[in-house]
Design a protein around this ligand. Structure first.
Ligand code: NAD
Ligand code: DAU
Length: 355
């Protein structure tokens, strides 16, 4: 049996591919465009593994995707492929509409063409799982209950609007064409192979380089953090046992203000890699201009996934963040490889304008 994963050279997709191959005998076809966020170095341990087939390509290329699906006849397609960084979506929303909306549409159509032609037993066993975000629900104030699956969609950034649009397309392909879909909406992930444009890896990298640790606004915005391998186990569970047409929120009940997250990272680094000059990493914290339209608080109610499918995360924030920092300290080569010229251009553009 075979499953097709799109975006499996990115942060969550690659963690999914690696964790899947550790547990299953099935082959993975890994379709990825290798944008700045996709990195073959992350998959280097899979070289020579005949259960992993990497294909360089775009979910928006219907011909290529249709041909690939027809050739490999997967029993499931999991869509991780996306433009994923909110700040980049503010600077340039076009790629987000192209991949997240048009790309998801093309992928759905390619999958529908294949699924329509399957014999009845394979047709009913097939699944299309769409990986989405809690950002589609918009923002919460301090006293609001965490987002559940019945919350209204109220996206506020070009990124979250494009993901909301893709979720709606997936929903429509179920209701209109009967395509057997599942959607997961997850909170903020962190862990190995996280591209250092996002808060946690950026802070670890900058701290080690003696650079500023940029906090947007007052740093009291709240995010709900989940260790990436726990997100992967939730996706596996939903793929195996989720009810067709349903959406599942994924989160670890780990709400934290950004400033607390940054202080937690600094404290662990002080212990694991004390600064040569005897100073504290937290001395590098700098408050910078806020993100436009910055959502104040995200929090996920993962009760449905826990009750109906029996899923539970393995890591607390405290265990997960320590593992993550240890991973970055042990994998400086990976960090050096992904922080190329393009990365430096982005960091220059984003933070020079803000400080
Ligand atoms: P990422 O940016 O690290 O990786 C995205 C991957 O998709 C990259 O490998 C990239 O090359 C690939 N890609 C981009 N455009 C493509 C295209 N047109 N065709 C094929 N491949 C393409 O993203 P991530 O953080 O791993 O997120 C993966 C998915 O999970 C996204 O859909 C994102 O919206 C969702 N999500 C992310 C988080 C998070 O905290 N990172 C939380 C919830 C949901
Ligand atoms: O909630 C799920 C979402 O989490 C995913 O859908 C997105 O793909 C993912 O990128 C993430 O979005 P955020 O915008 O929450 O993540 P980011 O790491 O960019 O920022 C986390 C918080 O930290 C946010 O409130 C902004 C703040 N921040 C971020 C950066 C990069 C800073 O204060 N300084 C920074 O330099």
């Amino acid at each position: 049996m075979t499953i097709l994963v799109s975006g499996g050279a990115g942060f969550i997709g690659a963690n999914f591919v690696l964790s899947w191959l550790e547990r299953h005998d099935e082959t993975i076809i890994n379709l990825d465009k290798l944008t700045y966020a996709g990195n073959l170095d992350t998959l280097k341990d899979l070289r020579g593994n005949n259960r992993h087939v990497f294909v360089h390509g775009d979910i928006g290329d219907r011909e290529q995707v249709s041909e690939l699906i027809a050739r490999h006849r997967p029993r499931a397609v999991i869509n991780f492929a996306a433009e994923s960084h909110v700040d980049r979506s503010i600077h340039g929303p076009g790629d987000f509409i192209q991949t997240n909306v048009v790309g998801t549409f093309n992928l759905l159509e390619a999958v529908r063409g294949y699924w329509d032609g399957l014999p009845e037993d394979e047709k009913s066993a097939f699944r299309f799982l769409h990986v989405s975000t809690d950002e589609v629900y918009g923002t919460l104030s301090k006293d609001d209950a965490p987002f559940n699956e019945l919350n209204r969609y109220e996206p506020n950034s070009p990124y979250s609007a494009s993901k909301a649009a893709s979720d709606h397309l997936v929903r429509a392909w179920y209701h209109t064409y009967g395509l057997p879909v599942l959607t997961t909406n997850c909170s903020n992930n962190y862990g190995p192979y996280h591209f250092p444009e996002k808060l946690i890896p950026l802070v670890i990298l900058n701290a080690l380089l003696g650079k500023n640790l940029p906090i947007y606004g007052d740093g009291q915005q709240i995010r709900d953090w989940l260790y990436v391998r726990d997100h992967c186990s939730a996706i596996r569970r939903v793929l195996q046992e989720g009810k067709i047409g349903e959406t599942y929120n994924v989160g670890g009940w780990n709400e934290k203000p950004n400033l607390d997250v940054v202080h937690a990272i600094c404290a662990i680094l002080d212990e694991l890699k004390p600064k040569a000059d005897g100073g504290r990493y937290s001395d590098q914290i700098v408050f910078v201009k806020d993100r436009p339209g910055h959502d104040r608080r995200y929090a996920i109610d993962a009760g449905k996934l826990e009750r109906e499918l029996g899923w539970k995360p393995q890591e607390t924030f405290e265990t997960g963040i320590r593992k993550t920092i240890e991973w970055y300290l042990a994998n400086q080569d990976w960090v050096r490889n992904v922080t190329s010229g393009d990365y430096r251009d982005w960091v220059g553009k984003q933070y020079e304008a803000q400080s």
